[in-house]
Design a protein around this ligand. Structure first.
Ligand code: B12
Length: 231
């Protein structure tokens, strides 16, 4: 049964998190529609849904959900994004420019967050080439040589993905062409942090797509990120 406590606007955030956690698809979608109609902050809606997903992951870890629970949550999240994304695109101002090559690293097929990051980048004026999931280092290298992107974005949510990120970045740094070898790298996905960033030797990291876009803008202006994530 969906949770419907006495309706209080400030409870909406919690309701979204809890009902996504309980996989109450219809309730979640109704709530998102209602928040959008009321002029709610779209990024806040995404953030709340993301928190719900994080908690679904914890249930899986605690063996209260099977993998089917994570799949269902992923499906609900996609539907939430189908509602939110058009409005988000409409709001955004395409002011930035730059080309970003993006992919989920070898061994990892998580792509929901990467797609949000790609959509937000595009809505801010970036050109994004998304080469999919489970991408081996060699394919990233071939695409860097072909496209000469301004920034490389590596996504990954599994602990084992960090080694794939590290190998990919090492191969980039070993490229003969100095310009390409210095391509700045940003990593992302809900489980990365400053330590992972240092380990894989990326320039910066983000667990929030909007913050990732800001970092990319800084990189385009030659601003050196300290690799940390604010807030
Ligand atoms: C949905 C889900 C799945 C779905 C993925 C569907 C899909 N198409 O992506 C399915 C069911 C397929 C799945 C499979 C598995 N999963 Co899974 N999954 C999740 C879950 C619940 C949610 C992930 C998600 O979509 N979150 C919502 C998005 C919006 O958040 P996000 O990815 O963080 O993205 C945001 C930011 O990080 C940022 N961002 C994202 N990408 C990028 C990239 C860049 C460059 C930047 C700057 C920013 C950025 O923007 C987004 C918006 O702000 C997580 C739990 C969690 N804590 O995340 C587990 C989780 C990631 N999975 C986990 C596991 C173990 C698995 C499996 C190994 C299970 C199994 N036994 O088979 C497999 C692995 C398959 C593989 N080889 O990749 C573990 C990983 C543990 C670990 N540390 O290694 C987690 C953490 C669950 C847990 N707590 O145990 N999973």
């Amino acid at each position: 049964m969906p949770m419907r406590p006495e309706m209080n606007a400030s409870d909406d955030r919690q309701l979204l998190v809890e009902n996504l956690l309980e996989l109450n698809e219809d309730f979640v979608l109704d709530l998102v529609r209602r928040r959008m109609e009321a002029g709610g902050d779209l990024l806040q809606i995404i953030e709340d849904a993301q928190e719900g997903m994080r908690r679904v992951g914890l249930r899986y870890e605690q063996r209260q959900y099977y993998i089917s629970g994570m799949m269902m949550a992923g499906e609900i999240f996609r539907e939430v994004m189908e509602l939110v994304q058009p409005a988000l695109m409409h709001q955004a101002q395409a002011t930035a420019s730059g080309h970003i090559l993006l992919g989920t690293v070898r061994g990892d097929i998580h792509d929901i967050g990467k797609s949000i990051f790609a959509a937000l980048l595009r809505s801010h004026g970036f050109t994004v080439t998304d080469i999919g999931v489970d991408v081996p280092p060699e394919q990233f290298i071939a695409e860097i040589q072909r496209l000469q992107p301004d920034i490389l974005g590596l996504a990954g949510l599994l602990t084992v993905s960090y080694d794939s990120m590290r190998k990919t970045i090492l191969k980039v740094r070993q490229l003969d062409e100095p310009m390409l070898a210095q391509t700045p790298v940003i990593i992302g996905g809900g489980t990365v942090n400053a330590m992972v960033c240092r380990y894989v030797e990326a320039e910066s990291w983000a667990t929030d797509a909007m913050y990732g876009v800001q970092l990319c803008k800084q990189m385009m202006h030659g601003g050196k990120s300290d690799g940390s994530q604010a807030g």
